[in-house]
Design a protein around this ligand. Sequence first.
Ligand SMILES: *Cc1c(COP(=O)(O)O)cnc(C)c1O
Length: 446
Amino acid sequence: MTEISYRLPQQRVLQTELPGPRSQELAARRKAAVAAGVGSTAPVYAADADGGVIVDVDGNSLIDLAAGIAVTNVGASHPKVVAAIRDQAERFTHTCFMVTPYEGYVEVCERLAAVTPGDHEKRSVLFNSGAEAVENAIKVARLATGRPAVVAFDHAYHGRTNLTMALTAKAMPYKANFGPFAPEVYRMPMSYPFRDGDRDGAAAAREAISRIEKQIGATSVAAIIIEPIQGEGGFIVPAPGFLPALADWARSNGVVFIADEVQTGFARTGAWFACDHEGVVPDIVTMAKGIAGGMPLSAITGRADLMDAVHAGGLGGTYGGNPVACAAALAAIDAIDELDLNARARRIEELATARFRELAQRIPAIGDIRGRGAMLALEFVKPGTSEPDAALTSAVAARCLAQGVITLTCGTFGNVIRLLPPLVIGEDLLDEALTVLCTAIGDLAG
Ligand SMILES: *Cc1c(COP(=O)(O)O)cnc(C)c1O
């Protein structure tokens, strides 16, 4: 595998208790200036980040198992991404593609057509956030089909804007008291192998399809939107056959199949897109997070006939496809190729799951180990049951943070620890982080 050189020492160093004094000062300033509705996982303020580490304002060096929620797949300051940003910013930061277009936008769309699943003719549009990409995928599907209904799933997460809140499943913290929500969104059961007993992927798909047909009627459905591996909902990998059966049904019924690959895309799962693992070819793919090495950029790429059905001026936005973000995306996509980050993601899976399997033999609170590539999760339960243990989960995350390892929790029941390291993390550093995590689990659940 290509050797990666780093700017910052790849080590875990704690100079102070966490959060340190400078972070505490900033927390006090923040309280008086930043709205309370914005949360932060780790109350340590970042000063520098590279490879698998984040250095805080007190000089502590923490191991990053979050990658800013699956964004900095190539690292938070990949030298080529930084150079591309600097070079573009020196020329122009903005003209607006809808006013005076530029090459970078076109080139990003060409690259997306090449890397997304399927070799059919494709068109793309660029936006700023994942939620905006999802909104626009639904706009295209409704316009192209002339139908109103949209199908989403249990445990889904698609964003925080009004339509995407409606698509998102979990009330707290995402939806509670923020309604009313956009209409014509229908929620169907998800395939969740750990909680499905002996229901396999085909049976789960049959159930969802039968409900769609009975409760909505196929001819009213514009789109099915699904995360091929659910993110915030708990890193749920549907049983084999579930996604292909839904995609087949959609194709036979003139329904647009939208894969929300905002979290799973760009080598995160050991393939360019999570749909690739089962050979599923979506009609439209939504992308954001890992697309541009940390710069805000999102995209939808879809079948040319669907995308070109929209009248000129129907899609866009002032900042969508910002030239600096496009330059960063082109560099990040090159880096994914050059460093073979798909292979690195698979290696991360191999190393971490071996550790977790061994640990699970003596820790019955580990109910499930799942995920793909560098998108891995542990679901915690009360031993001998499938009852979620959210308290243990947050205790494990807090213990890791106190030891200088940043992890995230997720799941409808708040009982899942998820790992999303930068794909450029070194094996020794990853190993150290896994030791901290496994020790915390052993201490708190053993
Ligand atoms: C994060 C996420 C979104 C929303 O992206 P934002 O950039 O936060 O708006 C949508 N879908 C999925 C699957 C996500 O993980």
